[in-house]
Write a protein that binds this ligand. Structure first.
Ligand code: SF4
Ligand code: SF4
Length: 379
């Protein structure tokens, strides 16, 4: 994503949404496909059974009428979808990928890790009111749809997942184009460009960025500051609950080592995970020896090693998307724990995961003096 000269300091466009925001976004995508700006669109769609949403790569624009740009649950993290499409190269189709800000940020992180190629992808994000926990939605999908719609209209996060309730980056613009609904007048929304690619797309669609978006900025700032306060408190409470080895062992004692949290995480970037490799398979004598020295060992073994290993890998890039927590069959608050650790690690490097594709990963841009800062932080 090449940055435009005036980046987000620029104005936006106000788009009429008399038929509803969802329909207007669909019309925008249709128009862009009609004009050949995009060859395909990657966007969430409800599955025929109605109880889940998946990303679909749409070539036939007549199918756009069935998409859900802002679904009530995050069954698949969008960055994983972009990575599947471009992991082996940019391909020859110009694709619009429509997703939430945390999905866009994860895509940006994967780009830095060489696992997506954004040359032919235009990332389109939108203000996100959060998502419902998947387990709640599955209890009654139709009721879930209604609850989500009502809550999203009022920007009420009480029913959303715990990590969404404390997300202070729910309108962060990290992609090429952003759709802002906060602070917009009735039956309208803002379109904001965040890159030269975004500018080019909007120019081809004859959308000029001349409207003032201060109303959107002010609303986003208010919500973000409010959420930051809630986030700090939630992390403080969580730390007192799970801090220290004994508490951490208790927290992960229910872990069944299914690795769901790893499989759904967009940021888990190793091509072969150590914990899925033969390296963690030991001869029975090793287990007997360990049982002898400790009196007993649990099976499956090494659950805490798996979690701490993942934390070390992930804490620089975790975007607090909550996908891991949704996928945990035993309701361990994995995303809340990971986002707490991520805030601390990223804070040490003044890094915000996925904020900017040009911002190098902390471990790549490591400076010697940072080690001392970390020592101080650990004192
Ligand atoms: S660790 Fe969990 S919250 Fe963080 S990016 Fe991965 S799935 Fe999302
Ligand atoms: S999803 Fe839950 S049970 Fe499965 S490995 Fe992760 S923390 Fe453990």
């Amino acid at each position: 994503m090449s940055k435009p000269k005036d980046n987000l300091k620029s104005n936006g466009a106000v788009i009429s949404a008399k038929t509803g925001t969802k329909e207007s976004i669909i019309n925008f995508l249709k128009k862009a496909m009609d004009k050949g700006v995009f060859d395909a669109v990657l966007v969430p769609m409800r599955v025929p059974a109605g109880d889940s949403f998946v990303y679909v790569l749409i070539k036939d624009k007549s199918l756009l009428k069935d998409v859900f740009p802002l679904p009530p649950v995050m069954s698949v993290q969008g960055a994983k979808a972009v990575s599947s499409v471009t992991r082996l190269g940019k391909g020859n189709m110009k694709i619009a990928a429509v997703m939430r800000p945390c999905e866009t940020r994860a895509t940006v992180e994967l780009t830095k890790l060489g696992q997506t190629d954004l040359e032919n992808i235009t990332l389109i994000s939108m203000d996100c009111p959060g998502v419902l926990p998947i387990s709640d939605f599955l209890d009654d999908p139709n009721k879930g749809m209604k609850l989500f719609d009502d809550a999203a209209k009022k920007w009420d996060d009480k029913l959303m997942r715990p990590v969404c309730q404390i997300c202070d980056k729910s309108s962060m613009v990290a992609g090429d184009i952003h759709i802002g609904t906060l602070g917009a007048k009735k039956d309208t929304f803002f379109i904001i460009s965040n890159s030269q690619k975004g500018n080019d797309v909007l120019e081809k669609l004859a959308i000029t960025l001349k409207e003032n978006i201060d109303g959107w900025r002010a609303k986003v700032k208010n919500i973000s500051e409010e959420k930051q306060k809630k986030r700090k408190k939630a992390h403080k409470d969580l730390k007192s609950e799970i801090g220290g080895l004994d508490n951490l062992l208790d927290t992960f004692s229910q872990c069944i080592n299914c690795h769901n949290c790893m499989k759904v995480c967009p940021i888990c970037y190793c091509r072969l995970c150590y914990f899925d490799s033969d390296k963690v398979k030991h001869p029975s004598e090793d287990y007997l020896q360990r049982a002898e020295s400790k009196g007993s060992i649990r099976f499956l073994p090494d659950t805490l090693l798996f979690q701490t290993g993942r934390m070390m890998h992930m804490s620089y890039s975790c975007v607090s998307c909550g996908a891991c927590e949704d996928a945990c069959p035993v309701s361990i608050p994995v995303a809340q724990i990971f986002s707490m650790i991520a805030d601390e690690t990223q804070g040490l490097f003044d890094y915000v995961s996925g904020r900017d594709v040009e911002e190098p990963l902390p471990l790549i841009a490591y400076k010697e003096e940072e080690l001392h800062e970390m020592e101080d932080a650990n004192d």
